[in-house]
Design a protein around this ligand. Structure first.
Ligand code: FA5
Length: 340
């Protein structure tokens, strides 16, 4: 029996040398120490042995068990060490690999031009005002001298929420809002923002576009102040070479009213499909604040005058960068956006 145990020891050693996982080590444990192990056969034969033989055999069996346990735990330690080594190798960080590229966004050209115009006006002492895009009929039309049924409402058809609320058709309602808040004091503001109209989309028109409103109310304000301010703005934006034209126009909330055109950037004034053959592109509407508007917003028109203007940011940006279709602004195509 002792020889049998000796050969079992060798078997265990050889078997353990071949395995490489914890699971396999446990299988060897079950095979050599479990209920169906060769050890059970030896134990069964022990009952026929005499006392002296039993003593020797018992000692050898215990020795065998201790041997197997020690060999198993040794192999488990070796396997654990090998696994850590493997893991360290597979998880090694290669510091020489190139880093991950982050794609940076770009400022939208409309945002860039809006910020540029804001800077010019802040430099002249203007404040930035804001107003809601969902506007009441009262502020969008009535306080601007456009009562219900006024034919000029047709020039600015809107998207209506209900009978009293609509998506604002221009930034001009901020004029009335600012004057009401100022309670008769002088005002000098610009207001950039989105506006909406039921216009058909084409190269120079969109149903949603951006405007910057300007309003100055004080004593002794004249048309010369308006002309000087807008000429300064245009020269700042486009340099001295671009021609500017003030053309008489009509807005119910200004009197007199003008529209400001600049030479078409595409044809240089020759006339082309973009400027519809006229050689000019209209960029803004303006005028002296109508006495009715001043009065409705709490100013005495005999003491106070004002000028106001509303420019289309898309049109200015198109002229600035030579963009020949307004729809590029809304496509969110990075190939377009990264050029600015
Ligand atoms: C107005 O919106 C007036 N509220 C402007 C104003 C303000 C006049 C203060 C007097 C005093 P108008 O509808 O012309 O006016 O629009 C002003 C500018 O917005 C235009 O000159 C043009 O540059 C731009 N614009 C108008 N409609 C569109 C459109 N559908 N798409 C893109 N830009 C437009």
């Amino acid at each position: 029996m002792t020889e049998k145990l000796l050969s079992l020891k060798n078997e265990v050693r050889t078997a353990l040398a071949k395995v490489g996982s914890v699971h396999e080590v446990n299988e060897i444990k079950a095979h050599y120490l479990g209920k169906k192990s060769p050890l059970q056969g030896i134990l069964a034969k022990m009952k026929d042995a005499d006392i002296e033989e039993k003593k020797i055999l018992g000692k050898s069996i215990n020795e065998f068990k201790n041997f197997v346990e020690e060999e198993l735990s040794l192999r488990l330690d070796q396997i654990a060490a090998l696994e850590i080594k493997k893991q360290l190798k597979s998880e090694r960080v290669d510091v020489t690999l190139p880093g991950k590229k982050f794609s940076l966004g770009y400022k939208h050209p409309l945002t860039k031009v809006t910020e540029e115009i804001e800077d010019i006006f802040i430099g002249m002492g203007y404040e930035i005002a804001e107003g809601p895009e969902v506007e009441s009929d009262y502020f969008n039309f009535e306080l601007l001298n456009l009562p219900k049924g006024h034919p000029a409402r047709e020039m600015q058809d809107s998207f209506y929420i209900d009978n009293n609320y609509l998506l604002r058709t221009h930034t001009s309602p901020v004029q009335a809002r600012t004057m009401k808040l100022a309670k008769g004091k002088p005002v000098k503001i610009i207001c950039p923002g989105k506006v909406y109209r039921r216009d058909n989309d084409d190269a120079t028109h969109s149903h949603q576009f951006m405007q910057i409103e300007g309003l100055v109310v004080d004593k002794d304000i004249t048309m010369a102040d308006l002309k000087g301010t807008l000429t300064l703005l245009m020269k700042n934006m486009f340099g001295d070479n671009l021609e500017i034209r003030f053309r008489p126009s009509f807005f119910p909330f200004t009197e007199p009213s003008v529209e400001v055109d600049v030479t078409c950037f595409k044809c240089g004034g020759e006339g082309c499909p973009l400027c519809k053959g006229s050689g000019w592109i209209e960029v803004l509407g303006a005028g002296m604040v109508h006495p009715n508007v001043l009065e409705m917003s709490g100013y005495d028109p005999n003491l106070y005058q004002g000028f106001a203007f509303g420019l289309g940011i898309e049109r200015i940006t198109m002229l600035r960068y030579g963009i020949d279709d307004i729809r590029y602004f809304y496509l969110d195509d990075p190939r377009f956006l990264r050029q600015f």
